[in-house]
Design a protein around this ligand. Structure first.
Ligand code: CA
Ligand code: CA
Length: 208
């Protein structure tokens, strides 16, 4: 990609990825192009497919839960074409790394609403909590313990008592207790991996 084209892409992405400055956006675009596998057909869409993207989440951000990584991919892939484009990459990272609480709440809710129907249901909570807790061996029936946890969570977060979490419930609960943002499993990078990522991605800006 030549300098002129890079600047043009960066300018357009800058309008929507508001937490990065133009130099940072340029770095992220360059990084994107080192991560994509260039398609043999040069007219094909250039982007990160599900496996490549999940690999980045795993290696760079230490994520391990397949279901969550899949949902993170869906959250980045806003036009739903099964490929994260350069714009989706930078916009997604803007929230993922530097989003406001509001943006992060919307993002986490989208990740946790596994079937995308606008609610986090009992079944969805069960699946996610089961995945994130299964590593701890327990003598009791683990499913029973998780069912109890789902009920405790609902009691805490389901303000309108309809047995599922709407975005309004989720937002209210998280504003009250920020730790509930990632109640159903880690889907945002921790401080250490996001700092390491930014240092790596933006190291060129240090020379300026
Ligand atoms: Ca896409
Ligand atoms: Ca749902």
């Amino acid at each position: 990609m030549n300098r002129k084209k890079l600047q043009k892409v960066a300018e357009s992405v800058c309008r929507t990825a508001k937490h990065f400055n133009k130099i940072e956006v340029e770095c992220l675009i360059k990084l994107f192009h080192t991560l994509v596998v260039e398609p043999s057909d040069r007219h094909a869409t250039i982007g990160l497919d599900r496996n490549t993207f999940r690999n980045i989440l795993h290696v760079t951000f230490g994520m391990t839960d397949d279901m969550i990584m899949d949902r993170v991919f869906r959250a980045f892939d806003t036009d739903n074409d099964s490929c994260v484009s350069v714009t989706e990459w930078v916009e997604g990272l803007s929230i993922f790394l530097r989003g406001t609480l509001e943006e992060k709440m919307k993002y986490c809710f989208e990740v946790y609403d596994l079937n995308g129907d606008g609610y986090i249901s009992r079944e969805e909570m069960f699946h996610m909590l089961k995945n994130s807790l299964l590593k701890q061996p327990s003598e009791e029936d683990p499913d029973e313990g998780i069912k109890d946890l789902v009920e405790i969570t609902l009691k805490k977060m389901d303000y309108d008592h309809d047995g599922k979490l709407s975005y309004t419930d989720f937002e209210k609960a998280v504003r009250d207790e920020n730790l509930l943002l990632e109640a159903f499993g880690p889907c945002l990078p921790d401080i250490k991996s996001s700092m390491a990522f930014e240092m790596q991605a933006f190291r060129e800006t240090g020379d300026m």
